[in-house]
Write a protein that binds this ligand. Structure first.
Ligand code: COA
Length: 324
């Protein structure tokens, strides 16, 4: 049976880094409040960069590590809820930049779970034999979607991109199991509405583009419950316990969410690498950026077991269990 594995990772962060002190000149907040409640100290904000340019840069790094030329990629999957265009999709635009002319391309929008959903989709295509090499990208320019007068949201998010190349595995490394779920009935907890309806059969609505809105406490409670639940399900059904996992790469939303997950699972925080202090919440890009950092700084070793876990708007959630 064909199994997929990650053979290259890459990431990209915008040049501008905005710290909490700078933010406190824009909205009524303080470095102390943000650091204490979220663990975030600074975040990268796209100025010249776009969702496509960041995704392309991350993809190039991942392809270089995988030692694959773009024409060897047969599927490009971009996870984002902040595409530059509604059409063409982000994956097609990145394909054009890379010259990956043999690939078919589409996007996945599952907010902060997007990269996990994309990994699972890529794995399924490889598993079925339909694809050999898949480029999975998480890329976000959330700074365009937040209301910079709303201190309860603008402090949380950052921009950036991460990518992974998946290929059929010839050994015992690679993806072992996935888990994903959604609860659309709770979508209003975290939402970003868009265009007003205007057609001959419908009275024109005011054409105001809306910004990201969030019920922070509800999202917090959901995440703190969902992560341990996913970990226990994934490990349990694979004959493992949480202690058998070497590294937990969780969506980087809030240090308190990650600490609560570690506590519930009775695990040391050292098993939960983090970069949210300098990146903030980059939604679909957060897990691949962290994965690339861990991969490049040598903290992942052959044979290690990893769980990647995301949660977010939709509501959506997803996890992957893999052997490095
Ligand atoms: N600076 C200073 N004060 C702020 C503030 C800011 N940036 N944002 C909110 N406040 C104030 C509120 O107005 C409120 O004031 P009040 O008590 O006078 O009404 C007070 O701080 C407490 O607000 P609350 O919303 O209860 O804070 P909290 O402890 O829940 O922390 C979050 C807020 C957003 C940090 C927290 O709920 C959270 O991280 N939630 C999860 C969000 C998330 O991860 N979303 C993405 C998921 S993919």
């Amino acid at each position: 049976m064909l199994k997929s594995k990650i053979i290259g990772t890459g990431s990209f962060l915008p040049v501008h880094s905005m710290d909490n002190t700078f933010l406190s000149t824009i909205v009524e907040t303080s470095d102390e409040w943000i650091t204490e409640r979220t663990g975030i100290r600074s975040r990268h904000i796209a100025a010249e960069e776009t969702t496509v340019s960041m995704g392309t840069a991350a993809a190039r790094n991942a392809l270089e590590m995988a030692a694959l030329s773009p024409d060897k990629i047969d599927f490009i999957l971009a996870a984002t809820f902040t595409p530059d265009y509604i059409m063409p999709n982000t994956a097609c635009l990145i394909q054009a930049e890379l010259g990956a002319s043999n690939a078919f391309c589409f996007d996945i929008n599952a907010a902060c779970s997007g990269f996990l959903y994309a990994l699972q989709t890529a794995d399924a295509y490889i598993h079925s034999g339909m694809c050999k090499n898949v480029l999975v990208i998480g890329t976000e320019a959330i700074s365009r979607a937040v209301d910079w007068t709303d201190r309860s949201t603008c402090i949380l998010f950052g921009d950036g991109a991460g990518a992974a190349v998946l290929s059929a595995s010839a050994d015992d490394s690679g993806f072992i199991d996935f888990l994903s779920g959604s609860d659309g009935s709770r979508g209003s907890v975290l939402e970003l509405k868009n265009r007003a309806i205007a057609n001959p059969y419908h009275p024109a609505e005011a054409d105001t583009l809306s910004y990201l809105k969030m019920n922070g406490q509800e999202v917090f409670k959901f995440a703190v419950r969902k992560i341990p639940e996913m970990v226990l399900t994934l490990t349990g059904r694979n004959g493992l316990t949480p202690k058998d996992i070497n590294h937990y790469l969780l969506h980087q939303a809030n240090v308190r969410i990650i600490q609560a997950a570690a506590k519930r699972l009775e695990l040391p925080e050292a098993r939960f690498p983090m970069n949210l202090s300098s990146c903030g919440n980059t939604s679909a890009a957060s897990i691949p950026i962290l994965l690339d950092e861990c991969n490049r700084n040598g903290c992942l070793h052959r044979g290690d077991r990893l769980i990647l876990s995301g949660f977010g708007g939709g509501l959506t959630w997803g996890s992957a269990l893999l052997r490095w």
